[in-house]
Write a protein that binds this ligand. Sequence first.
Ligand code: GRG
Length: 306
Amino acid sequence: MAPAPSPDLTANDFDLSTYLTERRQWVEAALDRALALQYPETLYEAMRYSLLAGGKRLRPILCLATCELLGGDRELAMATACALEMIHTMSLIHDDLPAMDNDDYRRGRLTNHKVYGEDVAILAGDALLSYAFEHIARHSQGADPVRVLRVIADLGRAVGGEGLVGGQVVDLASEGDANVTLETLNFIHNHKTAALLEISVTAGAMLAGATDPQLDQLRAYAQRIGLAFQIVDDILDITSTAETLGKSVGKDLDAQKATYPSLWGLEESRAQAHQLIGEAKAALTGFGAGRQPLLAIADYIVARTH
Ligand code: GRG
């Protein structure tokens, strides 16, 4: 039987700010518990320094949101939610290294290598990456092991050569190239940014037992918010301040990086981001009122200031 048409939901029906604050607090507490300080302290201090430095916690929140959308208890997805943040954090630590984007500030504080040195920063990233997978495998209490295995496999793909790492390699190779095409730019950001957001959305749903058609709909939502997220990131790099973003601004221009605004201009970039968000929200038709948080998060992605 075809799903009943979903009621028309507007942003006014839902208090996103309270929703995000509450979930951020759950995630902060779970991350703190997940990674205790132990010997060798320098390594664990470096890991905790970046992992517990704030941030929007968007990836774990998306994971918990889709688990709840499919009727799952949030504890079912909390280990995966934490692992997503560990991987996101390690990608930021490595991205900030002199060999990559070479940044001094992140999340409003000095970057990991500026505090602990490049050697420890690299190793802190490595340890967060491997621990993320261990954490899912050991702590996905109550979850069906076959679903956990699928999450681990999909997450591995999303961060490796077919995901973040592949996107980063093409990004670095494209620096200073004045002829980067839209196709290449989309490849970079579908891999560097959207892939982790996609697995964040699908993992929570998988753990709660989503069907393949439901996963297809959620994937369509995630791919669009992922690209819109990056377009807004590029816009903010031009229009915002270091104080608001907690990291350096104007980096893309300095590094002669192709960005969406450099290809389209600011106005068209904003229009494209809005278009993608509209499509993302439309992809959720049929999920009922439970999709409200995902609709509001999609709107937040284009409206965000940091
Ligand atoms: C994953 C094995 C492995 C290696 C890393 C360095 C690298 C390979 C990839 C770079 C990935 C990267 C840094 C992409 C940028 C994604 C992005 C837009 C980050 C900003 O995310 P926000 O705004 O940050 O959610 P907060 O601080 O709020 O969490």
